[in-house]
Design a protein around this ligand. Structure first.
Ligand code: ADP
Length: 259
């Protein structure tokens, strides 16, 4: 059963498909609404952490490429260029709402290494104490396959674990979890609540249908499982209208809830 009125610490992950238009350029209107909602929740006394993709998408346009980069060095260059640009856009919007923010870039090493893990937890908790909204991403510029988390769904679940979040919200380009991928099956049925991620549920999750997305529902289920292991609830919902986050917290049946 959903009971989200009392949640205090919320991790919100936003995917590239939510942050950008189909042409790959940033959807500033949506980003601004998201920033306003997160700042407002913070004002209301919640602790908020944002996990944001989008750096490579911003970077390749600045590089003047007419397509997303394919090679690793090109992708890492695009991330190096795009990450500060994306942060600057967030910062400008957050400043408008008098909300401070900070950047945290992680790799899998930080999750695996006990010392680094503890440092990251302490930093995140200090930021939350100072009422700062941390904006987290994988450190794409230096990451290699060996130390890559690989997708921000999983990364956001690790963050939820670190801060003992009450709720993980995965904003995406679809209303939630269906019993098969609606991009391939027009008869797919919406599932509003998953009490346990069974093998059957896992078999319903497909990959991303878009060029922009990465993990599809597979990585979102992995994230929900990691979150569940520490008692964090997960909502997968459409990021089209970030104001719906208020409705979710008020108990409206929006998105798919994972207990
Ligand atoms: P994001 O960039 O927001 O992480 P993704 O493209 O990675 O988005 O994931 C969302 C996509 O997952 C949906 O648009 C859909 O094409 C795909 N998908 C695969 N299986 C399912 C499913 N069972 N229910 C809903 N969407 C699914």
């Amino acid at each position: 059963m959903r009971n989200l009125k009392e949640v205090e610490t919320i991790v919100v992950k936003v995917g590239t498909s939510t942050l950008t238009y189909e042409n790959g350029r940033l959807n500033l209107r949506r980003i601004e609404i998201l920033v306003r909602v997160l700042s407002d929740l913070q004002n209301a006394g919640k602790h908020v952490i944002l996990v944001s993709s989008g750096a490579i998408g911003v970077g390749w346009q600045v590089m003047g490429l007419d397509h997303r980069p394919n090679t690793v060095p090109e992708k890492q260059a695009a991330a190096a260029i795009g990450q500060p640009q994306l942060m600057s856009i967030y910062e400008n919007f957050f400043r408008k709402y008098n909300q401070k923010n900070a950047q945290i870039l992680l790799t899998h090493m930080v999750i695996d290494d006990p010392q680094m893990h503890e440092n990251a937890i302490n930093t995140l908790s200090a930021l939350l104490d100072y009422k700062v909204i941390p904006i987290v991403n994988e450190n794409d510029t230096v990451v290699t396959d060996e130390i890559r988390v690989g997708d921000n769904d999983t990364l956001s679940a690790y963050i939820a674990q670190m801060v003992k979040a009450d709720l993980l919200i995965l904003l995406t380009d679809i209303d939630g979890f269906y019993n098969s991928n609606p991009s391939c099956n027009p008869d797919a049925k919406f599932i509003s609540e998953v009490m346990k991620i069974t093998k059957e549920i896992e078999s319903m999750a497909g990959d991303s249908a878009s060029d922009l997305g990465t993990g599809g529902m597979r990585t979102k289920l992995i994230a929900a499982k990691i979150a569940h292991s520490v008692g964090t609830k997960t909502i997968i919902m459409n990021g089209e209208s970030p104001e719906n986050i208020y409705r979710v917290l008020e108990g409206d049946i929006i998105g798919t809830y994972f207990d």
